[in-house]
Each structure stands twice: as C-alpha cells, then as structure tokens.
Write a protein that binds this ligand. Structure first.
Ligand code: MN
Ligand code: MN
Length: 336
C-alpha cells in the first residue's frame, strides 16, 4: 500500500510555508546587545498617529510575510536578472523583531524606537525600520546624534508644525526632523496633491528643503529630476510607500492620485545610494488591510532589496579599486 508523499519541511516543495516568517528569511536576533550583522531589520508596528485610515501597525508583519518570497539560505545574495548584478552577496542580515509598541503612550514608544536604533548603530549595523506610520521617522533619526542629510520619499510633505495642538502625528515627522540640530540638508521626493492648508509647503521651502514633485520625475525622468539634489553626506533615507501611484501600491492609509511607479522609485533609490553614504533607512505606511492582493507589500519588500543591494554594492573606489562602499561589519557568521 502506498501513501501520498507528505510535506517533509526543508527540502520539500512546501507550497504552504512552514515555520515563522522573518525579513527575507534572515536569522532572528531578539537581543540587540548581541547583534552581529551588517543589516538589522526592526519592525515598528505603531499606527496610532495616523489621521486618515489606520492599519500600518500590520505593515511589519505584512512585509515580513511576503519578503519570504525572496528567502535565501546561504547569504549568496540575489541575482537581479534585469541588471545582471549579484546583490548583497556576503552581506549578513538579522531580523530584530518588532519594537515593543504599547497603546496610547507615544513618548514611551518613541523612546523605545530611538533606543533600538541607538543599539543597532552601536553594534555597527545599518538600521532598516519597517513601519508603522511615518511618525516613527522622528524617533529613528534623532538616535543618530551626528550630521545627517535626509532624503524623504513621500506624496506628502509631513512638514506641519502643529495642527490643533498635535505635533507628533504622521503629519509632522519631517518638521520635527528638520529641528534636530545635527540635520543638514532635506530633500523631499514625490510630492503631489492639493493643499487647503498650505503653510507647510512654504515653510519647508523657507527652511531650504529641496522639493521634487512626482510630476518632475514623470516628465523629465529620474536622473534629470534628481539632479537638483545638492551634495549628500551621511544620509538617512525614508520611504513612505504612498509615494508610489495608488494603482501600484493601494495598501496604504492616505493614498494620493498620481505618483511614480516601481521602476521610477527603484531608480531613484539607486541614484540616492550612489551619491551618498546611507546610514539609516525606513519604509513606512504599508497597510495590509487595504492590500488584498499583497501587491503593496510585495513591492515594498522588493524595493528594500533593491535599495540595500545598491547601498552595499561593490563599485570602483576613488583609486579605481573595486570595493564595497558601505563597510561590511561581519561578512561571516550572521546574527546571534
Ligand atoms: Mn509620510
Ligand atoms: Mn504620505
């Protein structure tokens, strides 16, 4: 008598994934004191400051889940079939779990986020935060305590000083970031939409922010539109997934008509990685309940890979020698 073959886990086809998801299948590191990896993923399931449709608290779990589509096992990296490049070969990653967010207490949550980023930086890893709503960018960037340029992809400015007494919602983070003494240049890419309350637009311009609307990219192409960006040093890159056209990324709380497509955002991220030294990165506002086909989360996961691939790319240095631009702290060994 023969039995149908049963799923044997690793090595079987496993149509339904077994075990738990981690970002890109990376080993977990739930004790940040013991972090030893080049890239540290932190989920930040905070969406209590969303002023339209909440739900991005499920973003870390949603992106984590679909990122298993790109799971790999031996740190051999991935072949980008369109560029012919092998990306992230030998670069180690750790999934540091989610910051322990509590209901209501924003101060405590912000302090936990800042502390987690400080610990990642203290261990020499690149912090990659997956939100959560955009409010998390302020506690993340304030943890750097050193000169920082900001590149902010968003349909929205997020530059409101305060509205009806609220200063720390997902409408304010870039304004709060701009007030940090060590923040230098600010570039905002992908802006669009009609404002009835226009002060943030003029105030961002007054403070010297470079604003590149979505339409500039659509009309002139990525490289021409981004040529207005001044020199970038150590740079923190923040991506609000609503910078994408809602036709591409509907799973977000505050979609705006218009916007750019996957290839344009990929090219823009590569452009920024090439011209700066990326020291921090977040991707926010993925809201899986508005994403029944998972296309938003899948696009987000792919863009994270694309961007990190370029941040850790091996390119000729000033002397023409091939080198990794971003230092790899632990080529072997992975996370604890
Ligand atoms: Mn935003
Ligand atoms: Mn936005």
């Amino acid at each position: 008598m023969s039995y149908p073959e049963v799923n044997k886990g690793a090595g079987s086809q496993a149509l339904l994934r077994q075990g738990w998801a981690t970002f890109f299948g990376a080993p977990t590191c739930l004790d940040l004191e013991k972090l030893k990896a080049d890239i540290a993923f932190l989920g930040v399931p905070l969406d209590s400051t969303t002023n339209d449709r909440p739900g991005s608290r499920f973003g870390p779990a949603g992106v984590r889940d679909v990122s298993m589509r790109y799971q790999h096992h031996d740190w051999g990296g991935w072949l980008d079939q369109e560029t012919g490049e092998q990306i992230l070969q030998g670069v180690t990653m750790a999934d540091c779990g989610d910051v322990d967010i509590r209901v209501v207490d924003l101060d405590t949550n912000f302090n936990k986020i800042s502390r987690a980023v400080e610990m990642v930086l203290g261990n020499g890893a690149l912090p990659v935060l997956v939100g959560g709503d955009h409010a998390i960018t302020y506690p993340s960037t304030r943890a750097f305590h050193r000169p920082l340029d900001i590149v902010y992809f968003d349909a929205h400015l997020d530059f409101t000083d305060e509205f009806k007494g609220v200063k720390f919602s997902h409408d304010n983070p870039l304004r709060r970031v701009s007030e940090l003494s060590f923040v230098q240049g600010i570039t905002i890419i992908g802006i669009r939409g009609a404002l009835s309350f226009a002060n943030p637009y003029w105030e961002a311009k007054e403070k010297g922010a470079v604003i590149i609307p979505s339409l500039d990219i659509r009309r002139h192409g990525v490289d021409a539109a981004l040529s207005r960006i001044p020199g970038l040093g150590d740079t923190y890159v923040s991506v609000d997934i609503d910078v994408l056209d809602p036709a591409v990324a509907p799973g977000t709380g505050y979609p705006e008509p218009g916007g750019i497509a996957y290839y344009e955002l990929k090219d823009a991220l590569v452009n920024i990685a090439r011209r700066s030294n990326v020291v921090g990165f977040d991707l926010v506002e993925v809201a899986p309940w508005f994403d029944p086909t998972q296309r938003t989360a899948r696009t987000a996961a792919r863009l994270i890979l694309d961007f990190l691939g370029e941040v850790f790319a091996i390119r000729p240095d000033a002397s023409g020698r091939m080198a990794r631009k971003t230092e790899v702290v632990s080529v072997k060994g992975g996370a604890q």
